[in-house]
Design a protein around this ligand. Structure first.
Ligand code: C5P
Length: 293
């Protein structure tokens, strides 16, 4: 085994997100369509003992116990009794706390990379269980691509991969608390999950996506509470549509917005109209993490 392993972890967007009901564990049953896009963090894992040392390019990120890459390493050590250590270099490109699962992707990469670096030999099923302990999006981030997800977001059903599609991501400079959004009195819950599979609305969105009918597929119930608190986000989404995007929505609990465009050139044209926000032009990728060494 090499003593240095490199991975990248991609950002995800939620093309569709509905919240059904509150669960006894405090989380919510959701229905969502995830898609990974070509905005990625880089992680280098170098064997170094005995603890976990994390060095991160983003100053606003904790390099200790609250960082998800660090926590992934700690969790693996605790559960396997492994006493080997690691130095993790994390080069952050995905905005933090942005609804893009950047931290969850870092955790997914750390689980998979450290399982290799430390010769732990944990099977995928066990890694997926640990992933869910770290966060609702982490099991998806291990896989990536076009996926329908239910329960907390960990029950994954692969969909036909979305063929090349270009997006403008708009990054408003505000921090949104996911916990606060999910527990907002302004959030309208759809109701208990039906016994026999997805709700008709979710099935409709999946069918619409297969025909690339983005206007019918894109939806996010969390826009209700978030846009009520931040009207600038609602206005930015309207601007994406006014600029000719095929559909526009918010990713996760925000604040990142995305517009779906006809081509890369079209996405670049829309992006430059947003001189008041940071933007990224990205396309679909079929994986959540990728080994890069
Ligand atoms: O799982 P994760 O730590 O990413 O979730 C952050 C917060 O989002 C949770 O503490 C919870 O309040 C909320 N959440 C939820 N239901 C989900 C996913 C997240 O209520 N399915």
């Amino acid at each position: 085994m090499p003593d240095r392993i490199a991975y990248c972890s991609y950002a995800k967007i939620n093309l569709y997100l509905d919240v059904l009901n509150r669960r006894r564990d405090g989380y919510h049953n959701i229905e969502t369509i995830f898609q990974t896009v070509s905005l990625a963090d880089q992680l280098i894992f170098t064997e170094a003992g005995p603890g976990i040392a994390l060095e991160c390019s983003a100053q606003e990120l904790d390099e200790g116990a609250t960082n998800l890459a660090y926590r992934a390493g700690k969790l693996l050590q605790e559960r396997t009794g492994c006493s080997r250590g690691v130095h993790i270099h994390l080069d952050k490109k995905i905005p933090v706390a942005a609804g893009l699962a950047g931290g969850s992707g870092n955790a997914a990469a750390a689980l998979v990379a450290l399982n290799q670096l430390w010769d732990l030999g944990l099977p995928d099923a066990q890694l997926r269980e640990l992933a869910l302990e770290l966060g609702s999006d982490v099991p998806y981030c291990m896989v990536g691509g076009t996926i329908a997800a239910t329960v907390r977001g960990e029950e994954l059903t692969p969909l036909p991969p979305l063929s090349e599609t270009w997006f403008v991501l708009v990054h408003p400079p505000i921090a949104v608390s996911t916990t606060r959004v999910f527990n907002s009195p302004k959030l309208i819950l759809r109701g208990n999950p039906p016994a026999g599979g997805p709700t008709p609305a979710f099935r409709g969105a999946i069918e619409a996506l297969e025909c690339r009918d983005f206007a019918r597929a894109v939806f996010n119930i969390l826009e209700g509470p978030v846009f009520a608190d931040y009207p600038r986000l609602a206005a930015a989404e309207e601007r994406l549509l006014a600029e000719g995007c095929l559909a526009a929505g918010m990713s996760g609990s925000g604040p990142t917005l995305f517009g779906i465009c006809l081509s890369k050139e079209d996405a670049e044209r829309v992006a430059v109209t947003f001189d008041d926000f940071q933007t990224s032009v990205v396309t679909t990728v079929p994986a959540g993490i990728e080994r890069t060494d």
